[in-house]
Design a protein around this ligand. Structure first.
Ligand code: AMP
Ligand code: ZN
Length: 117
């Protein structure tokens, strides 16, 4: 599995930095965001280092789809189905991306405004 030595999330995947992992499988892991923006705030991260959505290749399509499958599973486990939940990918600096390894934010447990800030 490709890893980027300078990447925070690759270090979490390699267990060089601790995280509160809530799910893992062969393709992805999910852990609690260190600075939660909602009662439930989990990051769903592919094990493969892909810097952003624009860097995806054709081969990554199922992998990125898998992140949404994990989000739905965790939303169900956290009792978020009735009220709803938000999934966010900040892609690129001006969109708020700070960690350049694709990750899907799963947020729930409160009401969200639209449009986003
Ligand atoms: P983004 O700004 O969309 O790239 O999201 C990066 C997210 O990673 C932010 O919500 C941060 O709070 C979160 N984060 C940064 N460092 C850690 C860490 N060590 N463990 C868990 N989450 C982190
Ligand atoms: Zn990485």
């Amino acid at each position: 599995m490709s890893a980027d030595q300078g990447c925070l999330f690759c270090k979490i995947i390699a267990q060089q930095i601790p995280a509160k992992t809530v799910y893992e499988d062969q393709l992805a892991i999910a852990f609690e965001d260190i600075n939660p923006q909602a009662p439930v705030h989990v990051l769903i991260v592919p094990r493969k280092h892909i810097p952003d959505i624009s860097s995806m290749t054709d081969k990554d399509r199922e992998l990125v789809g898998h992140l949404f499958w994990v989000a739905a599973k965790l939303a169900s486990e956290n009792g978020l189905i009735g009220g709803g939940y938000r999934m966010v990918i900040n892609n690129g600096r001006e969109a708020g991306q700070t960690v350049f390894h694709i990750h899907l934010h799963l947020l729930g447990g409160r009401v969200f405004a639209w449009p986003p800030g």
